[in-house]
Design a protein around this ligand. Structure first.
Ligand SMILES: [Zn+2]
Length: 209
């Protein structure tokens, strides 16, 4: 199985699908990761390119993942879906077959997430069998259009997900933030039998050849 995660920012993959990616890696999947806007100029005090890049690398080392980016020069929020950006993604990944692409959900209140969905959706005209969107706290908190229909049991991988999120020390996440992450995973687990932690996704399409 070959999976491409197209995430707007460093840490989106960790919040949205790290448990699922860990699970698929355990089943032999190959993972490519595109962070549309890589570590770069930061608007939050206490963060900069070097800090975020070190945190990202530490997080991805837990699963042995590598990453590519379209730009480290764009400030956030700044992503705008354009033919030029779609062409850049095509050049990086368009020669590959992907069983699954996972990306941000267009109902999130971060405009970069909205534009990243458009980029990923355009990329999926290539050799892609399936597209899912993910929940990325806190930007999915007021998402009223996300309609999850895929639930992945991540009980054995929830600790790895938390460990990865913890690598981003400059986010200054508090105990209540981590409680929210756990609460969402437990809520999603309620929606499938016999799971204690889960991640939820909305499947946009699936091709069966
Ligand atoms: Zn994001």
């Amino acid at each position: 199985m070959k999976i491409l995660v197209i995430a707007a920012h460093p840490d989106d993959m960790e919040f949205g699908c790290a448990g699922t990616i860990a699970k698929f890696i355990g089943e032999g999947a190959k993972i490519d990761l595109l962070i549309v806007v890589g570590p770069g100029e930061e608007i939050t005090p206490g963060r900069n390119k070097q800090i975020v890049e070190a945190e990202l690398e530490a997080s991805l080392d837990i699963l042995g993942l590598k990453w590519k980016t379209l730009s480290s020069k764009l400030k956030r929020p700044h992503i705008q879906c354009s033919p030029a950006m779609v062409t850049k993604i095509d050049k990086l990944f368009g020669d590959n077959h992907y069983d699954l692409v996972i990306t941000n959900d267009p109902g999130d209140f971060h405009q970069d997430h909205v534009e990243t969905f458009k980029l990923a959706n355009s990329f999926c005209r290539k050799d892609v069998n399936e597209l899912w969107t993910m929940e990325v706290l806190p930007y999915s908190n007021r998402n009223t259009t996300f309609t999850p229909n895929v639930f992945v049991d991540i009980e054995d991988h929830f600790d790895a997900k938390l460990h990865m999120i913890s690598c981003y020390e400059s986010l200054n996440l508090s105990a209540p933030d981590f409680a929210n992450i756990s609460a969402l995973a437990k809520y999603r687990a309620i929606q499938i039998p016999e799971a204690s932690y889960a991640e939820a996704f909305q499947q946009y399409f699936r091709k069966i050849r």
